[in-house]
Design a protein around this ligand. Structure first.
Ligand code: 3H9
Length: 698
């Protein structure tokens, strides 16, 4: 008997207890143990079998680490069929998260009981696959097609109460899973309850699967797995037998298993967890973090304050005067109203957060006792230095002084204090109470426990925290500046901003770069361009001015109703602004450029090549420690399609050598912009991938 499954006899009942921490994933040893346990129970004359998980959960799914490796018997689909076909009564007792293959084992059991806090779900689509151990065939038979389609295509976790109503669970009882399970099995045996196999239930009634398929495909922005899962549920209704449905499910499952999207999504799953694990922070205790202060209550500062309040921290918000403080408080209350409306907090919590946890201040003296200060004032080095000089005077020893700068030199900011070891960059993304990304910018003298506290704060605020080094724009904005420039070059050469946006949303981005600029405000990019020109641009760099002209006309994007697009009140999205093409054409003419046609494919390739090349420089220079740090930055802060895993995972998939060849070809026209990243050249020369680098630095 495998150690991952412990076998025990309690009277007529054989008890199979899973013991495979941390989440009882259904790896080989667990599958072997379950199969052996069922066989032993049958051969020893038990009347029923109880399956449950020890530790924090029932099975949380197949072992994702086995994906892509040669299959080992028994496979999960066969195991589920074996459990279901047992002549004994098989009962599963659920707690924690019964997900994916875990729920499939439960659905193969004849009865299911759970504790009230348990959650069930089939989240396989988030990994680029579909439930492949009978889930698409059994769930519609117990919950109906509509509920099954909802659960399978969204992958959402369903609470025990709802699962009971849907028929996924038979009973919900509070207590220890083993105890409630044993009592339930005994009751079933005493009452002579029959063996009840879901696979033997009649096929469910079909729905209009073609329209569901189309709707799901559209919603997924190019993600294949949810739409393919619809076809698998369809088989539950239309296949001649249950077994035929299982065969169809297997075919579709294997198609997805062999897809690039599965590679991208699994990479995202593991990278999301690896990104905040830094070897140098092992054993380093973060500093205390009970209260924080935010300086500046604009959109960004108010968002940071909101996120901190929602995470249970006391927040002091410092503004310049009473009027600004009142406006900032209004912004925070507006954000919290949103949380209240969405049911994230109660009215009582809203009242406590706004009246007790939040303090408004206009005097730096109010910051004398806080543990951490995040400065979110105007993006100007002079202004930042004034703030940090003041903070150095008033903050208690050991307080962490953080800047939310998105571009500026954190070393220079730290140098104007007497405690550079306590200074760090915490770069939030707007709206900060919604966006998941936090760049933890480590300056030259930042102390390790300050870095650890940055990550601890990120965890508290439920952010994905990425370590970044100091450079202009850190990881994300530095790479953005490059691929955005590549897009501007394509516009000068003949593509339109609207075609570029369309090509990139076709690739899977949530929005194209020009629509994003309109949303963020065109004045932001304008200020950066002016700063860079003032600092002195390399004469070989191609500059463009049509966007400046838009700004000079007072068009800053959505907030002014006009930018690249024209926005009508009450309507979502905008329509192309015809003035933009006039400005572009005038600039092309002035520069003597004869515009040429671009295919959508060429646009995507060039944009991505620029992104990957800059990302490789960012990793090569140590600004990002690992390729996966770049991938997570782009995924969580820049709308990169998760199913492609991130730019460097995408690069591995399409092939680094071909990509480098393309970059060298582009360099024939613009050798300054298209300088190949040394790291990319090195990887190609060595025949290695970005993922190899991830593994080497794990
Ligand atoms: C499936 O079932 C396919 C079948 O339909 C068909 C097969 C034929 N495998 O997230 P955490 C690791 S597909 C391997 O930090 P939490 C995780 O990497 C599967 N490892 O904890 C981490 O490792 P480390 C369908 C796994 O409490 C550690 O466990 N199931 C797996 O925040 C702790 O994880 C899913 O998609 C796994 N399945 O959240 C569920 N799951 O410590 C995926 C976790 O080294 N899992 N690990 O970084 C989850 O959603 C969350 O992990 C869970 C716990 C909610 C369970």
């Amino acid at each position: 008997m495998s150690e991952a499954i412990r076998y025990e006899r309690v009277g007529d009942i054989a008890v199979l207890a899973a013991d495979n921490p941390p989440v009882n994933a259904l790896g080989l040893a667990v599958r072997q143990g379950l199969q052996a346990g069922i066989e032993r129970a049958e051969s020893e004359g038990a009347k029923a079998v109880l399956i449950y998980g020890t530790g924090r959960t029932y099975f949380a799914g197949a072992d994702i680490r086995e994906f892509g490796k040669p299959p080992q018997e028994p496979g999960l689909p066969d195991l589920c069929n074996r459990i279901e076909s047992s002549p004994l009564i098989v009962v599963s007792a659920l707690h924690g998260t019964a997900l994916g293959g875990g729920l499939e084992v439960a659905l193969s059991s004849h009865y299911r009981i759970a504790v009230p806090s348990a959650k069930v779900g089939l989240p396989e689509v988030h990994l680029g696959i579909l439930p492949g151990a009978g889930g698409t065939q059994r769930l519609p038979r117990v919950a109906g097609v509509e509920a099954a389609l909802d659960m399978i295509t969204t992958g959402r976790h369903v609470g025990a109460g709802e699962a009971l109503k849907l028929g996924v669970l038979d009973r919900v009882v509070d207590g220890d899973p083993r105890d409630i399970g044993l009592a339930y099995v005994q009751e079933l045996l005493d009452s002579g309850a029959p063996r009840r196999a879901v696979g033997e239930l009649p096929a469910p009634a079909p729905v209009d699967f073609d329209s569901v398929y189309d709707a799901v495909l559209k919603k997924g922005r190019g993600q294949q797995s949810p739409a393919t899962a619809v076809r698998s549920v369809q088989a539950a209704c239309e296949a001649a037998t249950f077994q035929d449905g299982i065969i169809r499910e297997r075919e579709l499952f294997m198609d997805l298993m062999n897809s690039d999207q599965r590679l991208g999504l699994i990479h995202a799953f593991f990278s999301e967890r690896a990104v905040s694990k830094l070897p140098e922070l092992k054993g380093v205790e973060p500093r205390p973090l009970a209260s924080i202060s935010v300086i500046g209550g604009g959109t960004m500062g108010a968002g940071i304050a909101t996120a901190a309040l929602l995470a249970g921290l006391n927040v002091t918000l410092l503004e310049m005067n009473d009027a600004a403080a009142a406006a900032a408080k209004g912004r925070i209350e507006g954000n919290l109203q949103g949380a209240l409306k969405r049911g994230k907090i109660s009215q009582a919590q809203f009242d406590t957060l706004t009246n007790q946890s939040l303090t408004m201040a206009t005097d730096y003296a109010a910051l004398s006792d806080v543990d951490l200060v995040v400065e979110a004032v105007f993006e100007d080095m002079g202004v930042k230095k004034q703030v940090f000089t003041k903070l150095d005077e008033v903050c208690k020893p050991g307080a962490i002084l953080a800047s939310n700068t998105s571009y500026l030199d954190v070393d220079e900011i730290a140098a104007c204090t007497s405690r550079p070891q306590d200074v760090i960059g915490l770069h939030f993304f707007s709206p900060a109470h919604v966006m998941k990304l936090l760049e933890v910018v480590v300056a030259e003298k930042t102390a390790l426990d300050v870095v650890a506290t940055g990550f601890a704060l990120g965890k508290l605020l439920k952010k994905i925290s990425v370590r970044a080094g100091v450079c202009d724009g850190f990881i994300g904005n530095r790479i953005l500046a490059t691929y955005r420039t590549a897009a501007d070059h394509m516009v000068l050469d003949g593509a339109s901003p609207f075609q570029i946006d369309k090509a990139l949303t076709g690739f899977g981005f949530a929005m194209g770069p020009y629509a994003v600029s309109d949303l963020a405000g065109l004045d932001i990019g304008w200020a950066v361009r002016k700063r860079k020109r003032a600092e002195g641009m390399d004469p070989r760099a191609r500059d463009s001015s049509y966007a400046d002209k838009l700004c000079e006309g007072g068009n800053f994007g959505q907030k002014t109703g006009k930018g690249y697009y024209v926005y009508e009140a009450g309507k979502r999205g905008g329509t192309p602004n015809p003035e933009v093409m006039q400005l572009i054409e005038a600039e092309r003419a002035a520069k003597g450029i004869t515009p040429r046609d671009f295919s959508d494919e060429e646009i995507v390739r060039k944009y991505m090549a620029a992104m990957v090349n800059e990302a490789a420089k960012v990793v090569g220079e140590g600004i990002a420690r690992r390729p996966l740090d770049v991938d997570m930055t782009l995924l969580f802060g820049y709308g990169f399609p998760r199913y492609r895993g991130g730019p460097l995972k995408w690069a591995d998939i399409v092939g680094l050598s071909d990509l480098l060849d393309d970059i060298k070809t582009y360099a024939q026209d613009d050798a300054y912009f298209w300088q190949p990243a040394p790291l990319l050249e090195q990887l190609v020369a060595d025949g290695r991938s970005f993922d190899d680098l991830n593994k080497e630095t794990a």
